[in-house]
Design a protein around this ligand. Structure first.
Ligand code: SF4
Length: 376
């Protein structure tokens, strides 16, 4: 490898560390020729649910050089977002909502975008190479690329596992047309462990290393727009945004540490939010509380839908009146979830309310909520 390129890469690596990145590796743009076929199989099986954008970007997503034909090397960077406490412990506190660790503070895309651009600029200045940074807006399969760059391996739950940071790495990538010195791919280290598959409350893994997003609570609570399908509502428990079960249970987390980026450490009000407070938020209150957070992107109605499912699962009769108040929501997806919550918390009261609300209900889905059998 020529010395100027190696020196430039060393400089980029040490600047990345100073900027707060915890993991760094380089792979070839052609390192994963297996990806297009894998992606095609997953899409053909329909596991992407209503994330139509995954199918629309299939070709570019499957191969870095389909995204940018000049790409030769890819620098993959990881930032540790390890939590302060065990995310699984909160699932037992039914009057609280559980927010996925990655969403307990600022949107990480906003945090790493500028840093990646700075590093790409540095590489370009030192080598004259063309560079491109893809954050969020482009279809990049960061996890297999991170595995190829030696940051860790894709575990049986399909997420990257790091020997150093366990399950908690945000990933970003810098593409370049330069031929950089490459790191070795990381070997898979799951062995006979199946903890992440076994803990999944909705059986979202049809097989090791395969995830059916349509059954995944992280997908259903964030990406899915309509009512939560009935079979997943009880398993959803108090998860109001995302799900960390398969990440949190991984034994490799014993090596994890708390994120050193303050803006990724959980905000106190997102660590143990009271369902009673969340259901009372109006739209401006929701926007204000979640400004700068990824949670804001799902919008107030979808958020309330999730909170009402958690209220239905809480068994906490103190939350009943707040759920009843949402029967008057203008949003069908909120009314529908409110019906479910009221029926779960107080079946007899729900019967009386049905006589009041059902005759005036125009939305077919909400009408079904009043009448469908609840068998659990
Ligand atoms: Fe692999 Fe076990 Fe971790 Fe799952 S929980 S990613 S199987 S080591």
């Amino acid at each position: 490898m020529n010395q100027p390129v190696q020196r430039a890469l060393d400089e980029v690596r040490s600047r990345a560390e100073a900027l707060g990145f915890d993991s760094f590796g380089v792979t070839a743009a052609t390192a994963r020729p297996d990806l297009p076929a894998k992606l095609n199989r997953a899409l053909a099986a329909g596991w992407h649910g209503d994330m139509d954008w995954m199918a629309e970007t299939e070709e570019r997503r499957g191969a870095p050089q389909a995204l940018w034909s000049e790409a030769r090397s890819i620098i993959v960077l990881g930032m540790n977002y390890g939590p302060q406490s065990d995310p699984l412990a909160l699932l037992e506190e039914k009057s609280l909502g559980t927010i996925s660790v990655y969403a307990r503070n600022r949107d990480y895309h906003e945090i790493i975008k500028g840093k990646l651009k700075e590093l790409a600029g540095l590489l370009s200045r030192r080598t004259g190479a063309e560079v491109k940074v893809f954050v969020d807006t482009a279809p990049v399969m960061e996890k297999p690329l991170a595995e190829a760059a030696g940051l860790g391996w894709q575990g049986k739950h399909s997420v990257l596992v790091s020997r150093q940071f366990g399950s908690w790495l945000f990933l970003g990538a810098i593409f370049t047309d330069a031929d950089l010195p490459l790191d070795s791919p990381h070997a898979e280290n799951c062995g006979s462990c199946t903890k992440c598959l076994d803990i999944c409350p909705t059986n979202a893994f049809p097989a090791p290393f395969k995830l059916d997003a349509r059954r995944c609570l992280a997908y259903l609570s964030v990406e899915h727009k309509g009512p939560i399908p009935l079979e997943f509502r009880v398993p959803m428990g108090n998860r109001i945004y995302g799900c960390d079960d398969c990440l949190a249970v991984c034994p490799w987390n014993k090596f994890a540490s708390v994120s050193r980026e303050v803006r990724l450490q959980g905000r106190a009000e997102f660590e143990r939010p009271e369902l009673a407070d969340l259901v009372g938020l109006d739209d401006p209150g929701f926007r204000a509380l979640f400004a700068g957070s990824p949670i804001k992107r799902i919008g107030h109605a979808r958020f309330l839908r999730n909170v009402l499912i958690a209220i239905g699962n809480s068994g906490d009769r103190h939350l009943l009146e707040a759920a009843i108040a949402q029967l008057d929501s203008r949003e069908p997806v909120v009314r529908g979830a409110a019906v479910w919550a009221v029926r779960k918390l107080a079946p007899q009261r729900a019967n009386a309310l049905e006589a009041q609300y059902l005759p005036n209900e125009a939305d077919a889905d909400v009408r079904t909520e009043w009448t469908v059998a609840l068998d659990d």
